[in-house]
Design a protein around this ligand. Structure first.
Ligand code: GLN
Length: 194
């Protein structure tokens, strides 16, 4: 049977994630209501604006259903989604608070609001069998300042700043694999949701 992966579809670039999942022959479900979580194998929280995503999640009564879903299922946050997934961002805004990472929003300053970098991600190579670096796109990106508990670092920039982390079935990336043509990060997430 096909995997069924949800994409939180209340703000941000959820449509791009849906396209990537379909290319991997996965059933992609747009999640806007608690009942849309039923039967899903995992959930992606897209990039966008984390304050808006948080506010709408509260307004749509999705906060507790998402936390409950995360107890047993894989969740991947890209950019704003990574912020929303984290436990600590040193400021007050609604967070899912599922992942033991400390994140700083808009950490790259104005001149370099957006940039691209080739990342070396050993876990990605292992799961996909491809040795190519991953071309990562950063847009007003957060940085993962630190990982706690059993969360681990998946990828760093040349200056050592953390841009991808994993804790069990939770995945956080500062960058946007859904804006590339490269399906490997989505494939990697599917391996966590399986
Ligand atoms: N700057 C946004 C935030 O703080 C994240 C940007 C993005 O998702 N591309 O939520």
């Amino acid at each position: 049977m096909n995997m069924k992966i949800g994409v939180l579809a209340i703000q941000g670039d959820f449509a791009e994630h849906v396209v990537m999942l379909k290319r991997l022959s996965v059933d992609a479900i747009e999640v806007r209501l608690p009942e849309h979580l039923k039967g899903l194998d995992g959930l992606i929280i897209p990039g966008g604006e984390s304050t808006t995503i948080g506010k709408l999640v509260v307004d749509f009564n999705l906060m507790e259903p998402l936390r409950t879903f995360g107890q047993r299922h894989a969740i991947w946050g890209t950019c704003a989604g990574a912020i929303f997934l984290s436990k600590d961002i040193s400021r007050d805004q609604p967070l899912l608070g599922l992942m033991d990472i400390k994140v700083a929003r808009n950490a790259f300053g104005r001149q370099v609001d957006s940039f691209e970098a080739d990342l070396d991600i050993p876990e990605l190579k292992q799961v996909t069998g491809s040795q190519e670096p991953f071309h990562a796109i950063f847009i007003r990106a957060p940085i993962i300042e630190s990982v706690q508990a059993d969360a681990k670092v998946l990828s760093i920039l040349p200056d050592q700043r953390i841009v991808a982390a994993q804790q069990g079935h939770f995945l956080a990336t500062s960058f946007h694999p859904e804006l590339t043509n490269d399906l490997r990060f989505h494939e990697y997430f599917l391996s966590l949701a399986d």
